[in-house]
Design a protein around this ligand. Structure first.
Ligand SMILES: [Zn+2]
Length: 436
């Protein structure tokens, strides 16, 4: 890998320009980045290019920059800038080393941010959301909106230093709605192979935490970093944000598997390097499907329909497969014990355990003690309970594995449930337990 300073491209959200990153930029440069903050067309700096204030226009603008750089770049999308970041990765996947969503809109094909809000409302009667929309001031024909400074300070900038908040709120520009109400078109073969990081902001009043979590569930596979701040971490806690992104400097440009393991030994303040590159959505689906085949084999061998596999740090090599055996030798706990017997703990921290159904607390605990760095499951334990009930052979517990891992001293990454795989896994459980 060259010693050249890595590139990071910063894409601002609605009502903003490159100035949204101006105060943060020197800190990134001090951390070794070459920083490129863009001004999307039709926004702040170039209102006359209004016709280009679309997803296509924004994407073309950023792709032209990426094509001109001498190496692939990390691409960061703040807030609504996430939509453009995704589409850029779809267009030029080989020019994007990694995507970072900063309280960003990380959306699957055809799904709008409004759709995500509607999904949260449908799923939870107690979900309340207003965000910035009720405060917006619209021009006469209703195609361009502005954010009143007081609303910006309250919704976007509430935890930023007062002077910086004042300046940023006053600096917000008119936003054509064609550059805000956008939908991505993405494919597993292009967007799907770019590693992603989601920086979630716990105190965000605009893209609130339930919405950020919903988006992470809808497009699984992003490595999660949590910051205790509002919607604008680059003003509220710029040093913490800079530190959180440090491991990405060492992320290799896309190369075959052997260079990916380099990231395992790179020191950094978060667990990202040790756990290696995150799996892509395509890899997650493929490995869960293989775990489901192992679960089906368990049934033919006279056991319950649960299966687990262990995948190496390259996100491709399947190291172990394990069927369920019995009530104290579940697929995942057995696999974790075999793994701990056969591989060193440092190596296992870069590995991923895939299991069809969310691990029970015994299995989550065993994976933790085996030092397996990442766990991916297809369907929740709560959903399994519907099928097994209090069946004597499998009186399912009700302890989310998130609870177990949140009470551990090492940050095991947990991914799941995976909505695209849930129906397939649930069907197998329903078939088995109905006839039991
Ligand atoms: Zn278990």
């Amino acid at each position: 890998m060259s010693m050249q300073r890595p590139h990071i491209v910063l894409i601002h959200g609605a009502w903003q320009g490159s100035w949204a990153f101006a105060a943060w930029q020197p800190m990134l440069e001090a951390a070794g980045w070459q920083v490129h903050a863009v001004d999307l067309p039709g926004n702040d700096r170039s209102p006359e290019r209004r016709a280009d204030a679309t997803l296509a226009g924004y994407t073309a603008h950023v792709c032209a920059l990426l094509a001109a750089l001498d190496a692939p770049a990390v691409v960061l999308g703040h807030s609504g800038g996430g939509l453009t970041a995704s589409q850029v990765a779809e267009t030029l996947p080989d020019r994007v080393r990694a995507l970072v969503y900063l309280a960003g809109m990380m959306l699957p094909t055809g799904v709008s941010f409004g759709d995500v809000i509607a999904q949260c409302r449908a799923a939870d009667a107690d979900f309340h959301y207003a965000g910035i929309v009720p405060h917006l001031a619209w021009d006469a024909d209703g195609t361009t909106s502005r954010v009143p400074p007081a609303a910006a300070r309250e919704i976007f900038l509430h935890d930023c230093p007062p002077e910086a908040a004042q300046t940023a709120a006053a600096r917000l520009c008119p936003q054509p709605d064609t550059g805000r109400d956008m939908r991505n078109t993405l494919s597993p073969a292009r967007f799907g192979r770019v590693p992603r990081v989601y920086v979630e902001c716990l105190q965000d009043r605009s893209v609130t935490l339930p919405l950020q979590r919903r988006m992470q569930a809808l497009t699984p596979g992003a490595h999660r970093i949590s910051l205790d701040c509002g919607h604008v971490p680059q003003l509220a806690c710029p040093q913490a944000l800079t530190d959180a992104l440090l491991p990405l400097r060492a992320m290799p440009s896309r190369r075959p598997a052997e260079t990916m393991t380099m990231s395992m030994t790179t020191p950094g303040p978060t667990t990202l390097p040790a756990q290696g590159l995150p799996p892509t959505p395509e890899q997650i689906r493929r490995h869960l499907r293989r775990a489901q085949q192992v679960a089906e084999r368990a049934v033919t061998l006279g056991h319950h329909p649960f299966g687990a596999i262990l995948v190496g740090p390259d996100q491709e090599t399947v190291l172990l497969e394990q069927c369920n055996i019995d009530t104290v030798n579940h697929a995942e706990s057995t696999l974790a014990r075999v793994a701990a017997t056969n591989f060193p703990p440092d190596y296992l921290w870069g590995c991923t355990l895939y299991t069809t159904v969310e691990p029970c607390c015994m299995c989550a605990g065993t994976a933790y003690w085996a030092n397996i760095g990442r766990v991916v499951f297809g369907m929740t334990e709560h959903a399994l309970l519907q099928y097994t009930g209090s069946h004597a052979e499998n009186p399912t517990m009700s302890v989310p594995s998130r609870y177990v891992f949140d009470h551990c001293q090492k940050a095991v990454e947990l991914i799941g449930p995976v909505p695209e795989m849930e129906a397939e896994i649930a069907a197998a459980q329903r078939r088995f337990w109905a006839g039991r």
